[in-house]
Design a protein around this ligand. Structure first.
Ligand code: 13P
Ligand code: SF4
Length: 390
């Protein structure tokens, strides 16, 4: 079959819009109905030539991803951005934390552009620096901070990455969380990990890859006094999971897994590690977006799959593999609404502005934050290559 199996429902608002960054474009955003948008994007890209390098995350819309020079998951895009020192402009079709990471990893002569500044990430917003610093103070008071190694998921703001850099920690992505945790546990005798901000990636990696148990994990709730934990619980824990999650991946449920297994014989369930632990336990395979793509590419014709990740990617995989049956692992249509904010009008506006000599929506991390965040990002890039993409 050629189309992804989906119910006919209106577009879901998968995540909150990030109003704090919701800077509107000036009035010259092209109309979405403009029939020349594709031609305008092509012309702007041709005019800019090698000066521009366009990065596209796998969750981007088709109308935008067609213009990407490279596509990838967050890990691959961070590496690709770092590998293009000659491009004057990096246009990042993804979300804010990815553009920040690209700015940190690229040279000071390069400028990173996010076509819509409201393309944030609700998960990244769940860990604020002041909250993390308060948690660290509480861990210090409990006498455990000296043995804690902070590990932050790429899906976090630059100042959280800088916190990890300053405190002996590292960044990880869904491609290399296992290697990053191995590294973290080797840093100190009896090390504990503070895992930010996605409790699900932290728990799934700790329990399914590192041999820890659910009892080794506690959840730090930044909205409760002392994270909702006693000092004894903090001292006994090996993994301190920040109470954050992805609103898109949080939708996938055990019930739908059971229903699909009952209705489609031999279906294989393939999910992203941002899904809840109960869902991951019921899945056949778990991995980053790059892993999901390579798994489907390698799958035999006629095989059946239900995929638990963002819908733009699942629809693209279904279209690219008409010989395989590909089903979305949720009953409702659910895109990441902030990823979807990068649409063709914003892309054309950003590119044509560059042609006209105007840099719009530049993402620039302040030098002090950048210095420490770079330490944590470089520690990640130096990890041994046991990732899904290598
Ligand atoms: P990866 O790109 O690491 O697979 O992460 C998925 C995601 O949610 C990005 O926001
Ligand atoms: Fe953030 Fe989830 Fe959207 Fe990724 S899919 S950008 S983690 S809200």
């Amino acid at each position: 079959m050629t189309t992804v199996d989906l119910p006919l429902l209106p577009l879901g608002r998968g995540v909150d819009l990030n109003s704090e960054r919701g800077v509107e474009c000036p009035g010259d955003l092209p109309a979405a109905s403009d029939p020349d948008l594709v031609a305008r994007a092509l012309a702007a890209k041709a005019a800019l030539g090698d000066k521009v390098f366009v990065l596209g995350h796998h969750y981007q819309r088709d109308e935008v991803i067609q213009f990407a020079d490279v596509t990838g998951d967050s890990f691959k895009l961070a590496r690709d951005a770092a590998a293009r020192p000659d491009a004057e402009f990096i246009v990042f079709c993804g979300v804010h934390f990815m553009a920040e990471s690209a700015d940190i990893l690229t040279g000071s002569q390069q400028q990173v552009i996010l076509p819509d500044l409201a393309a944030g990430c609700s998960m990244a917003d769940m860990a604020r620096l002041t909250q993390v610093e308060m948690a660290w103070e509480a861990m210090t008071a409990a006498g455990v901070a000296d043995s804690v190694v902070p590990v932050t998921y790429m899906n976090s703001s630059a100042d959280i990455k800088a916190f990890c850099g300053r405190n002996g920690g590292v960044v990880c992505t869904s491609s290399n969380a296992e290697v990053a945790l191995e590294w973290a546990f080797e840093q100190k005798p009896d090390a504990k990990v503070l895992f930010l901000p996605d409790q699900h990636l932290g728990r799934n990696t700790a329990v399914l890859k590192m041999g820890l148990t659910l009892d080794d994990c506690v959840v730090w709730d930044p909205h409760r006094p002392n994270g909702g934990l006693t000092e004894e619980e903090l001292r006994d824990a090996t993994m301190i999971l920040w109470k954050g999650h992805c609103s898109v991946h949080g939708r996938f449920s055990e019930e739908v897994v059971d229903e699909l297994r009952a209705t489609i014989p031999d279906i294989q369930i393939l999910v992203h590690p941002e899904c809840k632990h109960e869902v991951v336990l019921k899945a056949d395979l778990v991995g980053s977006t790059e892993f999901i793509i390579s798994t489907i590419e390698a799958a035999p014709a006629g095989s059946s799959w239900a995929i638990g990740t963002e819908l733009n990617l699942v629809k693209r995989l279904a279209a690219a593999h008409p010989d395989k049956r590909i089903t979305f692992l949720d009953k409702t249509v659910c895109y990441c609404s902030t990823m979807n904010r990068i649409d063709l009008p914003h892309f054309v506006w950003a590119m044509e502005s560059l042609v006209a000599g105007q840099v719009v929506n530049r993402i620039e991390v302040d030098p002090e934050t950048e210095k420490h965040a770079l330490v944590a990002l470089e520690r990640m890039l130096a990890l041994p290559g046991k990732t899904h993409k290598d």
